[in-house]
Design a protein around this ligand. Structure first.
Ligand SMILES: NC(=O)c1ccc[n+]([C@@H]2O[C@H](COP(=O)([O-])OP(=O)(O)OC[C@H]3O[C@@H](n4cnc5c(N)ncnc54)[C@H](O)[C@@H]3O)[C@@H](O)[C@H]2O)c1
Length: 256
């Protein structure tokens, strides 16, 4: 059992059916949280929930499309129905990066990616903040950005724009909600070994062994669990004076 830094806190994790969201849901449950795992992948999400509960943790699955306002509102409502309140969230769900230069921009693709990776975070913030403000006793929200929130990567212009936007939303949400003692921060992962990274490397005809040294001074990809550690710390009261900032979990890539 991890140190119970989230004991009895009710935490939503979006995009929890695989990858970093799954690792974050597992670590949060291990740290004592009641986890609501929200994803549009019902089978995958339910399997993670079943595994968490089999290990003695508390978790519930709510099928959610973060790009749909009614679905996000329902996610928060189901959370409160299941556990009585909300204490925090990790807004992690996203679509993988684009593969074309901006000179070939497909405007329908732009709308789809921005709809999930940027508007999805904004919608989650909206309904989570409303619930936290109504409760009146604070909270902590983590939005997952990326190294792309700070630096471009070739042929990933739309994803780069979305992830810059996530940092902007985070700063504004922190500013507006500080008086409610609601902290809002971002985690910016580097190249982390998840299905998204594997697909992205394949999409760009690259080899993992060539990419890892370019994307980390530690000369390796990160693990989903290493990112989850950062999110759980930001959710916990151990980070009580931290808001409006970005935690880079990127093997030193951005600081290089
Ligand atoms: N993997 C990396 O190297 C990397 C690097 C930097 C940032 N990130 C970011 O970290 C987060 C997690 O990435 P990952 O690699 O674990 O991704 P992943 O593709 O492995 O998992 C993403 C999850 O989000 C869900 N999802 C997608 N669209 C959704 C929607 N509209 N509604 C609800 N759920 C939806 C998927 O079903 C999936 O379970 C994302 O925000 C991603 O942009 C990833």
């Amino acid at each position: 059992m991890t140190f119970p830094v989230l004991q009895d806190k009710v935490i939503i994790v979006t995009g929890g059916a695989q990858g970093m969201g799954e690792a974050t849901a597992r670590l949060a449950a291990n740290a004592g949280a009641k986890v609501v795992l929200a994803d549009f992948n019902e089978a995958g999400g339910q399997a993670v929930v079943d595994s968490i509960t089999a290990d003695g943790g508390q978790a519930t699955f709510v099928k959610t499309d973060v790009s749909n306002p009614a679905s996000v509102e329902n996610m928060v409502k189901q959370t409160v129905d299941a556990y009585g309140r909300l204490d925090g969230a990790v807004n992690n769900a996203a679509l993988k990066p684009d593969v074309d230069p901006l000179s070939d921009l497909d405007d329908e693709y732009f709308d789809r990616l921005i709809g999930v990776d940027l508007k999805g975070v904004a919608l989650c913030l909206k309904y989570e903040l409303r619930q936290l403000i109504a409760q009146g006793d604070g909270g902590s929200i983590v939005n997952i950005s990326s190294t792309n929130g700070f630096r471009p990567q070739y042929n990933q212009g739309v994803y780069t724009a979305a992830k810059h936007g996530v940092v902007g939303l985070t700063k504004n949400a922190a500013l507006e909600n500080g008086p409610h003692n609601i902290r809002v921060n971002s985690v910016a992962p580097g190249a982390i070994e998840t299905p998204m990274l594997v697909e992205s490397i394949q999409d760009n005809n690259l080899k993992p062994e060539d990419v890892a040294p370019r994307l980390s001074v530690l000369n390796r990809f990160g693990k989903p669990e290493e990112v989850a550690e950062g999110s759980v710390w930001l959710l916990s009261d151990n980070s009580s004076y931290v808001t409006g900032t970005v935690l880079h979990v990127d093997g030193g890539y951005t600081g290089r």
